[in-house]
Write a protein that binds this ligand. Structure first.
Ligand code: 13P
Length: 254
């Protein structure tokens, strides 16, 4: 597939897999995906499996991501994880502002932007998630919600930091529900987000930012979604937990 931006497909394992299970999964992925050069492939295990996974993927084309990070450096923040801890395991990407954290941990846009700045300060790359709920879509507020989340969560980033940031559009109603956004809904939301980035930064920056789609991505729908001009990859939940389905999503997207 000939794309303006290199595809980036990431597996968000959420709160799944022990370290031993994580090793089985990445060893399978390494075997299946060794020859893939056209896509940036990222796996985001839970913190407790970062050590095992980072060693297993050392000489492979898989890159490592974390699912969250503190906005603070080392210090008295019980239960939190600092950038310096992630860097020890060669983490390259950090998912921020996932809708589950927005919902369960009540993370607001202002906190997500602080975390994004901390991720960049550590020379890591954030994957910043945005997306509307079903009620917001049905109420005709999708674009308003996306504009608020994009401007709030990416507030204060420099142009140089923005081009090293990945945005993930994840409509909340499509996450874990088996309901995928239609290709038209995905393309339209992605183009809208890119337009917000043009206004916040400029056209050159916006054209370089990769925007992933997330929400019930499967081997059967990956190709059509990835063929949309503003869809530059996927953030995969459930289907990233099995070698077969995650590998097929990547192979079907090339
Ligand atoms: P599913 O692929 O399970 O719908 O999850 C999407 C997601 O939330 C990825 O971050």
């Amino acid at each position: 597939m000939n794309k303006e931006r290199k595809l980036i497909i990431a597996g968000n394992w959420k709160m799944n897999k022990t370290a031993a299970e994580a090793l089985d999964l990445v060893n399978g992925l390494k075997r299946e995906l060794a020859s893939v050069k056209e896509v940036d492939i990222v796996v985001c295990p839970p913190f407790t499996a970062l050590d095992a996974v980072s060693k297993a993927i050392l000489d492979s084309n898989l890159r490592l991501g974390a699912q969250n990070m503190s906005e603070n450096g080392f210090g008295a923040y019980t239960g939190e994880i600092a950038a310096g801890m992630l860097k020890e395991f060669s983490v390259r990407f950090v998912i921020l502002g996932h809708s589950e954290r927005r919902q369960y941990q009540k993370e607001p846009d202002a906190l997500i932007s602080k975390k994004a700045l901390a991720v960049h300060a550590a020379a890591l790359k954030p994957i910043v998630c945005v997306g509307e709920t079903l009620a917001e879509r049905e109420g005709g507020r999708t674009e308003q919600v996306l504009e608020t989340q994009v401007t709030g969560s990416l507030d204060g980033l420099s142009k140089e930091q923005m081009v090293e940031t990945v945005v993930a559009y994840e409509p909340v109603w499509a996450i874990g529900t088996g309901k995928t956004a239609t290709t038209e809904q995905a393309q339209s939301a992605h183009a809208f987000i890119r337009g917000v980035l043009v206004r916040m930064f400029d056209d050159t920056v916006a054209r370089r930012v990769r925007i992933q789609y997330g929400g019930s991505v499967k081997p059967s729908n990956a190709r059509e979604l990835m063929s949309q001009p503003d869809v530059d990859g996927a953030l995969v939940g459930g289907a990233s937990l099995e070698v077969r389905s995650f590998a097929d999503i990547i192979k079907n997207s090339i």
